[in-house]
Design a binder for this molecule. Sequence first.
Ligand code: ZN
Length: 340
Amino acid sequence: MRGVVMHAPGDVRVETREDPEILLPTDAIIRLSATCVCGSDLWPYRGVEAVKGPSPMGHEYVGIVEEVGGEVRNIKPGQFVIGSFFASDNTCAICRAGYQSSCVHREPVGGLGAQAEYLRVPLADGTLVATPDVPSDDLIPSYLAASDVLGTGWFGAVAAEVGPGKTVAVVGDGAVGLLAVLAAKRLGAERVIAMSRHEPRQKLAAHYGATHIVTERGDDGVARIKDLTDGLGAHSVIEAVGTQESMMQAIRATRAGGHVGYVGVAHDVELPGEELFFSHVHLHGGPAPVRRFLPELIDLIATRQIDPGRVFDLTLPLDEAAEGYRAMDERRAIKVLLNP
Ligand SMILES: [Zn+2]
């Protein structure tokens, strides 16, 4: 089969890889209907994370089940399924508490390489959720968004305790930030402030329910949020970048007693203890337990109540993955869908 392999920062190739096979009786093999490039794939692409030799890439996937192992009970060949970036059993105490991305048996899917024609999914019964029917093609981008960016934005909003009557600010205008705006709106926020200086992204944020756009960053951005909230800060702030600046911007834009939901993968973030102590801000976040939200998100997409697939503003054949990485790296595209 064909699949994306990163050899070094900036060096992404589509190569012939071995077809995946059932290795454990809890595995499933899926034929991918669509896959995509993640903002987090840019960390190794830019050399911020080390690339340890040729690495299969990709952890976002939807597709048709081809084959299942002997112990798989609920997932069946022919179903259209969605999974997320950690395989999980969905039965352990941590999973039952809703933290499937910290499952005691979790396995990262990224190492298996979902930017490919086929994928082996471990713990298929716990990891995969089937849609009601095999969907029409126009719904596939939205289901693919549910695999990571929608589920992650949704978790950010839940972790930030978004709810009716609240003012919510979103730091970050990538796909996760934009879909956190969608989540905040769906969860009943009264005002949603998107922080973005890029016009196409501002427009999409408005489409998803942003009531205000703030273009300033850092301390100036914090000052604008305070201006909009009687000097108090937002009730809920979703951090969807993962840098020192964005994290401090999120904490400082939150009012005392408010909540930060942080879902940008942290890189060299160090929090000042004394400032945190006196801020009275709740912090919750981490790798999103997307599996917790998949049944609800699938229902919202199947009934066309939400359209998260609009974050894909560039679609390429899998063979042109290198151009997809370049387009995202240069911010020419918000998110790139790859057709296997
Ligand atoms: Zn578990």
